[in-house]
Write a protein that binds this ligand. Structure first.
Ligand code: HEC
Length: 140
């Protein structure tokens, strides 16, 4: 019994520090969380997104539909979660029918409509990158 306790203690002493270092959530990459206030889309992309909205969504939603309460109800969540939700459900008569790039362009337009600043680079369309961008309450 004493041997067992001793080997458990030794294991804890050896593994403890390693576990502390490699715990999920502590790597530098994970700390790179940005928010929609950080200029995460480009003006050009928002223009393309406006065309997506005109072509694929406008017959059911005017631009005002996307302002305010929609974004506010997603505050604290990630852009990845919102884009996945929109892509899985919209256009209502043909869900998931646009390319990921087009959904990302629409998201850029959605951010612009809600008063979030543009930046130098396009919003990416892959989920893992979008999962690191936090949604804040709208400015309009
Ligand atoms: C055929 C009609 C139709 C088309 C086309 C359509 N939608 Fe919708 N959409 C709806 C309806 C109906 C709802 C639910 C209505 C509501 O919230 O009043 C909705 C809801 C939404 C919501 C709110 C979702 C939620 O769960 O809160 C978003 C965002 C949205 N649509 C985005 C889009 C986008 C982006 C497009 C184009 C790519 C699009 N829709 C195209 C009919 C449509």
């Amino acid at each position: 019994m004493r041997n067992l306790i001793r080997s458990l203690l030794v294991t804890l002493l050896l593994v403890g520090p390693i576990a502390a270092i490699t715990l999920p959530g502590t790597s530098a990459q994970d700390l790179e969380v940005r928010s929609v206030n950080d200029g995460v889309y480009s003006e050009k992309q928002a223009k393309r997104g406006k065309r997506v909205q005109r072509r694929a969504c406008f017959r059911c939603h005017i631009d005002d539909f996307y302002k305010g309460s929609l974004i506010d109800s997603w505050a604290g969540n990630t852009l990845g979660a919102l884009m996945t939700h929109i892509a899985n459900t919209m256009p209502q008569d043909r869900p998931s029918s646009l390319k990921p790039r087009q959904y990302a362009d629409f998201m850029a337009y959605l951010l612009q409509l809600n008063g979030f600043p543009a930046g130098a680079e396009d919003l990416p369309s892959d989920d893992s990158a979008l999962a690191k961008i936090r949604i804040e309450r709208s400015k309009k």
